[in-house]
Design a protein around this ligand. Structure first.
Ligand code: SAH
Length: 389
């Protein structure tokens, strides 16, 4: 394994156990090191510090181990076993609840790796070149840990790796016809990882969707940025009178319609392909419950200010328009906008509109999207439930 030395004093970073080493911290030239290659990080004197993947760019090394050990099959087996044990403990691999995030990158000490699980099918998504190169070992570890509970493993990393990498999206083990039906709290969802966004489903809203169910009985609900209609399904299943689902993607709306077909319900449902930002700006119809779950408005810090303004506008439109006594579920998945900044944006929206607004709940990403104490950047999803009078 090639060695990369850190500049003098930079080894202090390692005491904080942060899994990223930025290029500016390196003393050694990395010219002879390949994209995704495993490297040993040393301090300026050559003493061992950690093992990780090298990747040209701002995050130069992603750390896999702070111990001097080989990154062999048993390493992957141990990591996957511990990630799966947590999801089992959380009750996410049961008959009625079998959709979960099995590996959440840094939160599971596997920087650059996402694995989502849909009732027997694991989707591996690499965000680091080194992870992509180890996909077969990761697949073997999944087979070993999950045994007969695993029917297929699909690798989907084309969209998440740099363009220079020739990644193929394909099955690494078994095969599964899509759409595939999996269950979340007993609700069936039709999931297609081959053509859907991300790995096919927004698993991170599970607990918030369940909470929405308890606010839905007899209500008229507007679900904006709905993707495959997760919130709509919970609303209808819990007795909503009428639900409107809006997404700008036609494909997403097709998924909503498929999921609606899987559900028995009495209320009314309407699917709408539209720009939800514009739709909320022009909204005249009245609703009792509004869900605002837009894609990340800011992907970089330099867009944060603009994003905060956009959250304020979007939330102001919902607060202005909702029926008295209405409930708003509002979210931000922009990692660069922290929970406090998001809450401020919503409070500013309330001030702008001038109605009485109470914050009932602070919402987060669920426990199968854990945040490592050494990588607080892993926190990205935040939300609020508002009561408006
Ligand atoms: N709430 C969803 C996840 C939302 S993800 C769930 O529970 O599954 C964000 C969604 O916003 C995506 O489906 C994307 O297609 C959609 N989207 C992005 N820009 C949009 C826009 N301007 N108007 C409407 N939908 C948009």
């Amino acid at each position: 394994m090639k060695k990369i030395a850190l500049k003098k004093g930079k080894e202090n970073f390692l005491e904080r156990k942060h899994p990223w080493i930025f290029s500016g911290a390196l003393q050694t030239s990395t010219e002879s090191i390949e994209d995704g290659e495993l490297v040993e990080l040393t301090d300026f004197k050559g003493e061992f510090c950690a093992i990780g993947f090298f990747q040209p760019g701002s995050i130069a090394v992603r750390i896999l181990s702070f111990e001097n050990r080989s990154i062999d099959q048993s390493f992957w087996n141990e990591k996957i076993k511990s990630a799966v044990a947590l999801r089992r403990e959380l009750g996410l691999m049961s008959k009625e609840n079998n959709i979960c995030r099995l590996v959440h990158g840094e939160g599971d000490e596997l920087t650059g790796l996402i694995i989502d699980f849909y009732y027997g099918v694991a989707i591996i998504q690499a965000h680091a070149v080194g992870m992509y190169e180890h996909r077969m070992a990761i697949c073997e570890a999944l087979k070993k840990t999950l045994g007969s509970h695993l029917t297929a493993v699909y690798s989907k990393s084309k969209d998440t790796l740099p363009d220079r990498v020739e990644a193929t999206d394909e099955y690494l083990f078994g095969e599964c016809k899509t759409p595939h039906i999996a269950k979340e709290y007993g609700h069936s969802f039709s999931i297609d990882w081959t053509s859907g966004q991300k790995t096919g489903f927004f698993i991170d809203q599970r607990e918030n969707r369940a909470l929405l169910g308890s606010f839905s009985k007899g209500k008229k609900v507007l679900n904006t940025f709905c993707y495959s209609g997760g919130f709509s399904i919970y609303a209808l299943a819990n007795g909503a009178k009428e639900v409107h689902s809006i997404d700008s993607s036609e494909k997403a709306i097709e998924l909503v319609n498929k999921n609606i077909e899987l559900l028995e319900f009495e209320g009314m449902h309407k699917s709408i392909v539209a720009d939800a930002v514009k739709y909320m700006n022009d909204l005249e119809e009245k609703f009792d419950v509004i869900i605002l779950d837009p894609p990340a408005f800011a992907k970089h810090k330099n867009k944060r200010h603009q994003a905060i303004k956009a959250y304020t506008r979007l939330n102001a439109n919902a607060i202005r328009q909702i029926n008295s006594g209405g409930t708003i579920f509002t979210f931000s998945c922009s990692q660069v906008v922290d929970p406090y900044q998001f809450e401020k944006a919503v409070i500013n929206a309330a001030i702008k509109v001038g109605r009485k607004v109470q914050i009932l709940y602070h919402l987060h990403q669920p426990a199968d999207h854990p945040i490592s104490a050494f990588h607080p950047e892993g926190e990205y999803l935040k939300g609020l439930i508002l009561k408006v009078s």
